[in-house]
Design a protein around this ligand. Structure first.
Ligand code: PHE
Length: 450
């Protein structure tokens, strides 16, 4: 037994902590920028509503039903449905995806930690775009520094996961999430007052479709999975610690809405700041947060303070997500009966740490692609996980719950014996989300590789 969240709210905060991360604050703004803004945001929102949230309910449902790690939860649920244990492949793929994600996630979180200090030291005051690009490029060349922050971040992650569900994951979420919301609100106020709010707003919500391609749609779909921590078992593992009472549907919808609000607020804070500085491009790519934003902060009153604050916020958000990337594997190792939580966590953190080292040392960051910060290993890990493995995992979860779990079980887990929305949800999970995922996966991959 791994423990139970102390209340329904702890689950909400922990799941939101997992969902809200680099995906919302770093990735969402830059992929939106790269894909032309408004139309991409609209597709992303549709994916959240029609695919993400319904599948999230399915994933949490399996976890809460079985009360085990995703690998064993899938075995349990397969037994209940008289299906082969091969369904546990969903859990296995998830553990692998988690390790692949954390490999680059922790490195980027390390960038954010460094930038707390760089921003606080006043380096960015009055800086030009070119020099900010130089600062970032130099930083990416100092592998030792990258390694140091990546290692520190992994130790922070290990510490929380090793402390367990109640004293670690739950306690941290209850403290960090409110802090994060307050900081984000402050930043939004700052952007509204000091930034070019109307330009930022228009960029996010002007739904023009001419720039949208199938591979852009696949990115939006993949991001919906990534940002909700879906399709790899993180949210299933958290569901396993959910108290039995309390509405699963409402809880999950709350998490989905909070995550979406944070992404939109992050966009509404970041783009007005970027547009306020002359010559900055919203389409700057992964460097958006590390080049454009510092320039913008550097030209604004109290920029040193708010710049540093911003990177503290990013670090916190990344931290509460990273813990959920290894929890599925840790829970499984503990269940095998051979490992204590501390040993299990150390083992997987070690693997994740090596993954990060591979990311750091295999990359000639800026040489591979002029202006880019991703090179092959980094980009492949990101692409394979968010645009292939997570949608695939989500698809299988939807099919499993929609078609194979006994209807009575699903209904009782959802407390929905009589609920009129139940049939709609079931239709979505059986037909709509799987079809959307299949179409977008195929069309997106074909377009990308042709
Ligand atoms: N949802 C996290 C984010 O947006 C990333 C994540 C993905 C965490 C998958 C756990 C599982 O940053």
């Amino acid at each position: 037994m791994h423990g139970v969240w102390s209340s329904r709210w702890t689950f909400i905060l922990a799941a939101t902590g997992s969902a809200v991360g680099l995906g919302n604050i770093w990735k969402f703004p830059y992929i939106t920028g790269e894909n032309g803004g408004g139309a991409f945001v609209l597709v992303y929102l549709v994916c959240i509503a029609l695919v993400g949230i319904p599948i999230m309910m399915a994933e949490v449902l399996i976890g809460r039903r079985a009360r085990m790690s995703p690998i064993n939860a899938m075995k349990y649920a397969a037994d209940e449905a008289a299906l082969p244990h091969a369904w546990a492949a969903i859990g296995w793929m998830g553990v692998l995806a988690g390790l692949m994600i954390i490999s680059f996630y922790s490195v980027v979180a390390g960038w954010a930690i460094q930038y707390i200090f760089t921003a606080a030291s006043g380096t960015f005051t009055g800086i030009t775009g070119e020099s900010a690009g130089g600062v970032f490029a130099n930083f990416l060349q100092s592998k030792g520094t990258l390694l140091l922050w990546h290692s520190l971040f992994m130790v922070m992650t290990l510490g929380v996961v090793a402390a367990g569900v109640t004293r670690g994951l739950g306690a941290v979420a209850r403290v960090l999430m409110p802090v994060l919301f307050v900081m984000l609100a402050l930043l939004l106020v700052y952007a509204v007052i000091k930034g070019n709010f109307s330009a930022g707003f228009a960029f996010l919500f002007d739904f023009k479709f001419d720039k949208l391609t199938w591979s852009g749609v696949l990115k939006a779909l993949g991001h919906a999975f990534f940002t909700l921590s879906l399709g790899m078992g993180a949210i299933m593992a958290y569901g396993a610690y959910m108290p039995a009472q309390g509405s699963l549907a409402k809880t999950v919808i709350t998490v989905g809405v909070l995550d979406t609000v944070v992404a939109l607020v992050a966009g509404l804070a970041i783009f007005p700041i970027v547009f306020a500085a002359p010559g900055l491009e919203p389409s700057a790519g992964p460097g958006l947060m590390f080049i454009s934003l510092p320039v913008a902060f550097g030209g604004m009153p109290f920029g040193v303070l708010f710049g540093a604050l911003f990177f503290v916020l990013v670090t916190i958000a990344a931290w509460s997500s990273a813990v959920s990337l290894i929890e599925p594997g840790v829970a499984w190792l503990i269940e095998s009966g051979k490992f204590s939580r501390a040993t299990a966590t150390s083992l997987l953190s070690g693997v994740a740490w090596l993954g990060g080292v591979a990311c750091i040392y295999s990359n000639n960051w800026l040489e591979d692609k002029p202006g880019g910060v991703f090179s092959f290993v980094f980009e492949s890990l990101d692409f394979l996980t968010s645009q292939v493995m997570l949608p695939l995992g989500g698809l299988l979860i939807a099919l499993f719950v929609g078609w194979f779990m006994r209807r009575a079980i699903v209904q009782s887990e959802l407390d929905a014996e009589e609920h009129p929305l139940f049939d709609i949800w079931l239709f979505v999970v059986r037909w709509l989300s799987p079809l959307l995922v299949i179409i977008v996966l195929i069309a997106g991959l074909v377009e990308k590789f042709q």
